[in-house]
Design a protein around this ligand. Structure first.
Ligand code: BES
Ligand code: ZN
Length: 862
């Protein structure tokens, strides 16, 4: 393969500026383009190579001053996504212009230059829009499509009259073109990477407001949705001011646009000055949106706007350093939202979401280091995962703590100033911190980015000493056996929280094992204080016993309570402590009041429910789980209290969902009644309760409820509402209805971007998993056609297969993917297999003990 040889086209050619004119045809779904690329050849060459994919070059010419060369031959290397222009003689090195005319297809794959469907007054229309990250600018125009190949772009769009064109910068002119068309020119962009370019053509309404600093922020939506854009506008305006102050660098353009796109494969995309979103990630409806969604919208906006600096102004040198973008943005979105909405207690959600997610994924043998070599576009697409995002974010959080707020922020400012309009590597970030903080950052940090996985810290008491030992943590005994001789070591700042003390103290664990004076720790202590560190802790039984009662007495902080049970359940799954010990620990949380602790617990309890589903004692397990959630659900009730806290509202939905799921009759019946009130009496249902109501109605319902929900899906205009109902459609228990939902998910009624959500609900339904799996197998070609080739939806379609629990299933999955390609999902498949084998071993080891423990417990409670 030639692929590896030209890893970087930038080694041959430096692009400086692209003049670009695009003319989408919204009826035929094609486009035409005209381009002048101002480039510099680093040496004389006969063949100019650009990235291009699914583009037909109609005309090409290379110009240097008054001289012009026509290529002798234009040929494509599809495997490399290259277009080659071969000239009859060697072109002289230095500056020149490559002039091109080309055509392409406005595809329905949600990548490159594509089309998206929308309705206005019952009439269907299409817009043209772009999604270029990571490597799809080359689908819209030939270019050097690498993040380090920064250039200036002068964009011109030819659009149907009466429609609107949006691009990264503001419009400088709009003139009549040939009959019925308009030609719109945009100001030159800042020097930037190709993946950040965007152009959108369609019918839009917008709302606007200026920031304190004078930046005009606009939010564009398809006609009729203007009201739902107000919340996003407010968050954006305030976030821009926050980042302006925090980074100490102004936003370089007069306008920032945000656009809601009905068909969108990711969640949102930070195109410089023209940020695009899925509708569900930007729209907020006062009457119909849940608080959970509101919070999510705010976080997503803060994330994308942080990229306007961290990512757009300073960009990673290559995708190996993707985490600089995504890990950082995934951290600072919380900082910004905490500032904007101090009552949301958002940092705790960081622990339950990102920290826990990172620890979950990165405990696999089939994980990867944060910094990982990637070449092929499919490989690049694969690393937009929880390692780059959540582990990256957790590392940033750990460092911010280690450096202290001031040095951390000043380090960032130094980094942005130094590398603005250019590129940077992970090492450059460490250098910036060292420059400011005068602390050895690199040696501490690089272990976390260059090595896969994270450590388990084992505590041992030995006389007047406490011995801390580190080794790589594996989420399964099967994997642990493979990593038996693993020598990876990390530099771990171990936070010690002495009970009753305000602030934690730190010791540094660098070697495999270190002894510390017992007195450093006090009588009662918890390690990894605040769940700041990326590591787990294994306590000796005596210490753990001493910690347990502190949970109920709330003598530990929220993150400490969360990480204590999170560690316990993870160690149980790994075979390091009995699962029944974790279940017993969970009983200490009966009086827990924190939403995030419950959220995390619910996940672990659900994993065990899944493990033993179909066993004779599965009813006893449900009783146990119900005994935890039912009292909580009762105390929360169905009605929100006046002026209750933000997380109380979130906790209510969670508690009711869980208690109902584990079979609380009263709660299920109330859900059914609320549903009837909506259908028959047309009563308004609190959007925070809709998820619970729909899901419990589906879980306990039949054909009648099914038909009603299907009708509601069709009628819903708010995307968020469609998603809620779509998931519920996957929760029915009857085979016939599940099969119908499977067909429905891939029908014209469900947008391609939303099908994964519906399918995933079926995968997680114990009655549906086998059906989902055989549906996906039977329709694999269709799945590939819809989502294949490096998109990030394909992995999501199969990921839930990791819930299977038997060796036979693992073999079945393995066999299937031996003969069926899954481009861009290869690592996901290896992770699925590892998880299934892990479940099988877990079941084998612990299920009988769980059964016994449940029986004893039930007898005790009689
Ligand atoms: N840069 C990404 C968008 C992206 C994701 C492009 C994957 C290509 C592949 C954007 O900043 C992002 O991270 N979006 C997230 C939402 C975010 C708030 C977590 C997404 O799309 O999931
Ligand atoms: Zn991002």
């Amino acid at each position: 393969m030639i692929t590896r040889k030209h890893k970087h086209l930038l080694h041959q050619i430096i692009p400086e500026r692209y003049r670009l004119m695009l003319h989408p045809d919204l009826e035929r779904f094609t486009f035409r383009g005209e381009e002048t690329a101002y480039i510099r050849l680093r040496k004389p060459m006969r063949v100019i190579t650009f990235h291009a994919k699914d583009i037909k070059v109609l005309k090409a010419e290379f110009r240097q001053g008054r001289k012009a060369w026509k290529p002798r031959r234009i040929y494509y290397i599809p495997a490399d996504e290259h277009a080659n222009f071969e000239f009859g003689e060697s072109l002289p090195k230095g500056k020149g212009e490559l002039y091109l005319e080309f055509s392409g297809v406005l595809n329905d794959q949600m990548r490159g230059f594509y089309r998206s469907r929308y309705e206005v007054n019952g009439k269907t229309h299409y817009m043209a829009t772009t999604q270029f990250e990571a490597t799809d600018a080359r689908r819209a125009f030939p270019c050097i499509d690498e993040p380090a190949a920064k250039a200036i772009f002068d964009v011109t769009l030819i659009i149907p009259k009466g429609q609107r064109a949006i691009s990264n910068t503001h419009e400088t002119s709009a003139r009549e073109h040939s009959s019925g068309f308009e030609i719109v020119e945009f100001a030159p962009t800042p020097k930037m990477s190709t993946y950040l370019l965007a152009f959108i053509v369609g019918r839009f309404e917008y709302v606007e407001r200026k920031t304190k600093e004078g930046i005009l922020v606009r939010v564009f939506v398809t006609p009729g949705k203007k009201k739902q854009a107000m919340f996003a506008l407010d968050v954006a305006v305030r976030s821009m001011s926050f980042f302006h102050k925090y980074f100490g660098v102004p936003y370089p353009m007069p306008i920032l646009d945000m656009i809601a796109i009905p068909d969108f494969s990711a969640g949102a995309m930070e195109n410089w000055g023209a940020v695009t979103y899925r509708e569900s990630m930007i729209l907020f409806d006062d009457k119909h949106s849940s608080l959970a969604n509101k919070q999510w919208v705010a976080l997503v906006i803060a994330h994308e706007l942080a990229h306007q600096w961290f990512g757009n102004l300073v960009t990673m040198e290559w995708w190996t350093h993707l985490w600089l973008n995504e890990g950082f943005a995934s951290w600072i979105e919380y900082l910004a939202i905490d500032h904007l909405f101090p009552k949301w207690d958002i940092w705790m959600q960081f622990v339950a979401q990102d920290w826990a997610e990172a620890m979950h994924l990165d405990a696999l043998g089939e994980t990867h280091p944060i910094e990982v070599e990637v070449t092929h576009p499919d490989e690049i697409g694969e690393i937009f995962d929880a390692v780059s995002y959540s582990k990256g974010a957790s590392l940033i959080r750990m460092l911010a703590e280690y450096l202290g707020e001031r040095d951390f922020r000043n380090g960032l400012r130094h980094y942005l100033k130094k590398h603005q309009y250019a590129n940077a590597t992970t090492d450059d970030l460490w250098a910036a911190f060292e420059h400011i903080a005068k602390k050895p950052v690199r040696v501490m940090a690089c272990g976390w980015t260059k090595q896969a996985g994270y450590p388990l810290v084992t505590v041992q008491e030995s006389g007047k000493q406490l011995v801390l030992r580190q080794s790589r943590f594996c989420s399964s005994s099967v994997t642990a056996a493979r990593f038996k001789n693993d020598k990876t070591r990390w530099s771990i700042p171990v936070g010690i929280q002495k009970v009753g003390k305000k602030r934690p103290s730190y010791v540094l664990l660098q070697d495999r094992q270190t002894s510390f004076k017992r007195s450093l720790f006090g009588r009662q202590f918890k390690l990894n204080s605040g769940a700041i560190g990326i590591y787990r802790v294994d306590y000796p039984v005596t210490l753990l016993r001493a910690l347990s009662p502190l949970i109920g007495q709330q003598k530990l902080s929220v993150p400490d309570r969360l990480s204590l049970e999170n560690d316990a359940f993870s160690l149980a799954k790994a075979g390091r402590v009995p699962t029944v010990a974790a279940l017993a620990l969970a009983e200490n949380y009966l009086s827990e009041t924190d939403y995030n602790v419950w959220l995390d617990l619910a996940g672990h309890l659900g994993a065990i429910e899944n493990l033993i589903s179909g066993e004779t004692f599965d009813g006893a397990y449900k009783n146990f789980a119900r005994s935890l959630f039912a009292p909580l659900a009762r105390s929360m009730g169905w009605k929100s209290r006046r002026r209750e806290s933000h997380t109380a509202t979130l906790l209510r939905s969670l508690a009711l969902t869980q208690a109902g799921h584990y079979g609380d009759r009263v709660i299920i019946e109330t859900a059914q009644k609320l549903f009837r009130d909506v259908i028959i009496k047309k009563k308004h249902l609190d959007p925070n309760l809709r998820g619970v109501v729909y899901s419990l109605v589906a879980k306990s319902g039949g054909l009648r409820e099914y038909r009603i929900l299907r009708r509601l899906y069709q009628r819903a205009t708010l995307h968020e509402e469609k998603n809620r109902i779509g998931r519920a459609l996957g929760f029915f228990r009857e085979t016939g209805l599940i099969k119908e939902t499977l067909q429905f998910a891939v029908s014209d009624h469900v947008r391609k971007q939303d099908a994964a959500g519906v399918l995933s609900a079926i995968w997680y339904n114990h009655k549906g998993r086998e059906l989902a799996w055989s549906f996906v197998r039977k329709n694999w070609l269709m799945m590939l056609k819809r989502y294949g080739h490096g998109g990030h939806i394909l992995p999501r379609i199969i990921e839930p297969a990791a819930q299977f629990q038997t060796i036979e299933k693992a073999r079945e999955v393995e066999r299937f993917f031996k003969t069926h390609k899954a481009p861009g999902a290869e690592r996901t498949i290896r992770q699925i297999l590892e998880r299934i084998y892990s479940n099988a071993a877990w079941f084998e080891r612990d299920s009988a003990h769980i059964a016994q423990w449940l029986e004893v417990r039930q007898n005790k409670n009689k």
